[in-house]
Write a protein that binds this ligand. Sequence first.
Ligand SMILES: [Zn+2]
Length: 280
Amino acid sequence: MVHIDKPTDNVKDVFEACISNYEDVNFKKRLNSVTAFIETSATNYDSQAGVNNLNAISMVNNVNNIITVDEMKKVYDHKLVRKGQPGRMYYEKLRLSAKNNICPLCNQRTVTTLDHVLPKTFYPIFAVTPFNLIPACADCNKIKDRYQPNIAEEEIIHPYYDDISNQQYLYAVLVQTTPPSINFYIKQSNPINIIEKRLNKHFSLFALNELYTSNAAGELANISFRLSKLYSTGGRECVREYLREEFESRYENNRNSWQTAMYKALYKNAWFCNGGFRID
Ligand SMILES: [Zn+2]
């Protein structure tokens, strides 16, 4: 859900670094022979991803009929991921590219790994392609696993190619209970457009409503005392104004954070501003 600038390192440099210290001459020779193919494929990836068409790229179980899936996985695991190996600097660079080290898929948890947008099991050709490697938290990485959509509408939001920062898509609805709670959803146009369909898929696949709802419950508990004090001195208008300013500040920073959605729902809700904020 959060945009990251596209990596500038090209796959040729990354792949050549990864395979540079193999001692098995024949294996290294075979790997060298697919460098140009991997490079061409990365250019194609960039073109297709730019028009939300990654699903058009066919799955393959080898690289140019020369390198197997397991061999490419080993290049990734042993040479890009492993500390002290020649590709590790590229791994670190990609991992550190997320703003504030927050996972761009959930915009909540800390980055701990790299995720292959097109899984390396089905697309070994992109196992070390920077465009295909995004920083992610362990949970999102595990949830996505081998998820592979067949249609454009079901593609997740790609941090390097999609940027939804100019519009609010994530909204919240307040449940008027004691304590109050919050549910989140992606607002839909009529008819629903493709980015909304993809956001819906992304939102459900990564179970973001559950994640955001529990975080929002903690935030509601944290602000309850503050709101009670405001209410006792200035009444509901004072509470509303405080919440509106909190919303504005978050909206300026990120229009699609759960905090932005939550504070918007709160300041607009008369029941909440009139004492509904009490948690017991
Ligand atoms: Zn995540």
